[in-house]
Design a protein around this ligand. Structure first.
Ligand code: GLA
Ligand code: ZN
Length: 751
């Protein structure tokens, strides 16, 4: 019998290592696809239309400069009308005719939505939600990822397609499934419960190790057999966070194994590259791991035209895809030609926006721009989702913009394969996101990747090119290419990341760590001895407590103050959703003074921490000449932070000369982030792609080509632009005017 008391070390298991995207070692998409200009096209669903429409499609595709379509994504019911009997001839004929017209095919394995016979004959293939409800047929993605019949039939369909079309010259790429997990990211059926147990047995070996890892002595959750363990379905109250975290890992693994099975089968029969379409920072899938199995990274992205910050969404998702591709180019697999149909209100794209956002994606590393979908459906759930060929047909603004976007992309051949070079990086980690949402408290922290998005946005608004990089690197992985690395709320303590950051800082980088970071180990158990865990030696601080602000306290009846003698003089630690900060460092004062008069004040939002600065560096740090951390800003007692007044909020520690490790113990508001970044970027000597651009204009560089993207509603003038605009073919000789929502792609130089 094991002792009921376990040391923290016993429940700490090392996270699985992600050795960096395999795509980084593969040829670039344009080489794999044989492109001479960026890919352009969309999802193509000809089975929804008749022969006359198909013939017209071929003409319209030529008019729109389409060179790639995704075919067969939802064609399973047509390809395998009865279980085990295939009808592939119609698909082959379409591939033939597209190929004859010069249009290449990204061929789907068609496994995203099984046909009616599977649901009717094998009802156990339908997924079960957390409330135990089995979902019905008549929508899409209605399969359980552990279902034997789904696994067998999807693998068999992928094999049938690969055998028949694997060496067809018109098929240039394979599209496995579609948006894995978009609707069904987890299933609570008996088959999944069994598969979960098998996965746990594999991970822990025996039930005692699982008990240790999950801390089951809490609330009498101890198991005596793995057979007793269930998925975390609906329960009376809070789940065990470790169980939830493992469930996320398992659910991700289950879907990934489907994709990997199909990819393996395709590769047995075909030399064409394999992709599956990602969904940006989709919360339940660890794309760092998925990227390992893919030849080309592709993304579906639907920023809302009604959101003034939609262009940041474009930049964020694109930088993430480039990161997943190991810094190589990637492909936009889906965007809306105009409006989607799935929001409460579905705004159309504004005039010029289809081209502008397409170019923005290219500027951030895309070598292909595809849309959902080619022809707007006449029936079904997506009837009112825009298509490249809208209901109105050619006589429409959407069509005009589709044609002009195709023409513009054709001129961008010189961009293909060119790298985006960034000196700043933001760390992003799905498992940390899972661990943070599995934790009960200390505070519900907003939308997914909120801190990473916020810091990325601040860099984007400041015009600084930024990479997104994984937290789970090889211990000591080389981050020396970056002069600025931001670690925004990485909830799990990763010793390997800490070593890499130490080396980067010692080599001169500015490292900015933002709380809450390093709060739990990979098993969701709290880090003891002060949060920040492995990052404590680098930062020279430890977090001794969390101090979440809980929002304005409701004012009680003012007449109560006449009678509540005891409680009327009692404050609360969290009476506001914000807390004030005061700059201590003179350099930060100067930055604030330069930002405006009177100088703006520093504020943080709903999160703050009590931290302690280590008075003396540890022996190892002292030996390297590291000084104790110094305080850059303190909480000033305004807002909800009165109990924190005077305590350190931002610290910095000089690390062996040029490098600095900063710690931010609060979620700074946008202005405070901008102020701190000005200071940090000055230390890092990280500069915007182009300085002093007018409002609304974004600059990004790919190789020798400078993209100037005017997202604003006003024309913008930029001086010092010299070179040839690839889009118009015209020379720029200094001063250029960008119309509202327009762009330039200038080859050569600027300033
Ligand atoms: C996703 C899917 C497409 C389509 C679009 C609509 O991206 O992959 O099939 O449903 O959404 O926006
Ligand atoms: Zn299931």
């Amino acid at each position: 019998m094991t002792s009921p008391v376990h040391s923290a070390a016993a429940v700490t298991h090392q996270p699985e290592r992600t050795p960096g995207p395999a795509t980084a070692r593969r040829p670039a998409p344009h080489e794999l696809l044989g492109l001479t200009s960026p890919a352009y096209g969309g999802d193509y669903n000809p089975e929804q239309w008749d022969e006359a429409t198909f013939a017209e499609d071929l003409e319209l595709m030529a008019e729109a400069s389409v060179n790639l379509v995704s075919l067969g994504i939802f064609s399973w019911a047509r390809l395998e009308p009865c279980e085990g009997s295939y009808e592939l001839d119609w698909l082959v004929e379409i591939v033939d005719r597209l190929h004859d017209t010069g249009i290449a095919v990204d061929l789907a394995t068609a496994t995203a939505s099984p046909p009616a016979w599977m649901a009717a004959d094998h009802p156990e293939s339908l997924p079960v939600n957390a409330d135990g409800v089995r979902l019905g047929f008549g929508s899409r993605q209605q399969y359980c990822p552990s279902s034997t019949v789904y696994r067998e039939r999807s693998a068999a369909l992928a094999r049938a397609l690969a055998e028949r079309l694997g060496d067809h010259p018109g098929v240039v790429m394979w599209h496995v499934g579609n948006e894995y997990g978009c609707h069904t990211a987890e299933c609570f059926c008996p088959a999944c419960a069994q598969a979960f147990r098998a996965w746990l047995a594999d991970r822990y070996g025996d039930v005692e190790r699982l008990n240790t890892a999950w801390g089951t002595d809490f609330w009498s959750q101890r198991y005596t057999s793995l057979e007793q363990v269930d998925p975390p379905a609906a329960m009376p109250t809070f789940h065990n966070p470790a169980q939830l975290l493992d469930w996320r890992r398992f659910s991700d693994h289950q879907l990934r194994s489907l994709m990997e099975t199909e990819a393996r089968i395709l590769r047995e029969h075909s030399r064409q590259p394999v992709t599956t379409n990602f969904m940006g920072d989709f919360p339940t899938i660890d794309y760092w791991r998925w990227a390992e199995s893919l030849d080309i990274i592709s993304d579906d992205s639907y920023p809302d035209p009604a959101d003034p910050a939609a262009a940041h969404e474009v930049a964020w998702a694109s930088d993430l895809m480039r990161g997943l591709a190991g810094g190589r180019p990637w492909i936009l697999m889906e965007q809306a030609p105009s409006a989607v149909q799935w929001r409460g209100r579905n705004s159309p794209k504004r005039p010029g926006q289809l081209l502008l956002w397409s170019l923005a994606r290219v500027a951030h590393g895309a070598d292909g721009i595809l849309q959902f979908q080619w022809r707007q459906s006449r029936q079904g759930a997506e009837t009112f989702h825009s298509g490249m060929v809208p209901h109105a047909g050619r006589a429409s603004r959407t069509w005009d913009e589709v044609v002009s976007t195709g023409r513009a992309l054709k001129r961008l051949g010189p961009v293909l394969g060119e790298p985006v070079r960034a000196e700043a990086a933001v760390v992003l980690d799905w498992e940390s996101q899972w661990a943070m949402s599995a934790a009960i408290g200390p505070v519900e922290l907003g939308e997914r990747f909120e801190a990473a998005r916020a810091w990325h946005r601040s860099l984007w608004e400041a015009g600084i090119a930024t990479d997104l990089i994984p937290a789970k690197t090889d211990p000591g992985a080389d981050l020396s290419g970056y002069r600025l690395i931001i670690v925004p709320t990485i909830f799990i303590d990763y010793p390997g990341l800490a070593r890499s950051l130490e080396q980067a800082a010692a080599a001169g980088a500015q490292v900015v760590v933002v709380g809450p970071t390093g709060v739990v180990d990979a098993g969701a158990g709290a880090v003891l001895g002060g949060y920040l865990g492995s990052l404590r030696p680098l930062l020279g601080v430890r977090v001794t407590d969390h101090a979440a602000l809980s929002g304005p306290v409701e004012q009680s009846d003012p007449r109560g103050s006449l009678v509540n003698r005891l409680s009327r003089v009692v404050g609360t630690p969290a009476a506001e959703t914000w807390t004030g900060l005061e700059a201590v460092a003179e350099t930060l004062h100067r930055v604030l003074d330069r930002m405006g008069s009177p100088a703006p004040d520093l504020r943080a939002g709903g999160w703050a921490e009590e931290i302690r600065v280590d008075e003396a560096p540890g022996d190892a740090e002292a030996a390297q000449g590291w000084e104790p951390a110094e305080v850059v800003a303190v909480f000033d007692g305004r807002g909800g932070g009165s109990d924190l007044a005077g305590r350190p909020a931002i610290t910095r520690r000089a690390v062996g000369g040029a490098g600095t490790a900063w710690y931010v113990a609060a979620d700074l508001d946008a202005l405070s982030r901008a102020a701190l970044l000005r200071l940090v970027c000055a230390h890092a000597r990280v500069r915007p792609v182009v300085a002093d651009l007018p409002d609304g204009v974004e600059a990004q560089r790919r190789g020798e080509i400078l993209f100037l993207l005017n997202h604003g509603d006003r024309a913008a003038e930029v001086a010092g632009v010299v070179g040839t605009d690839l889009l118009s073919g015209e020379a720029c000789t200094g001063h250029v005017v960008l119309a509202p929502r327009s762009a330039l792609a200038v080859r050569d130089n600027m300033r």
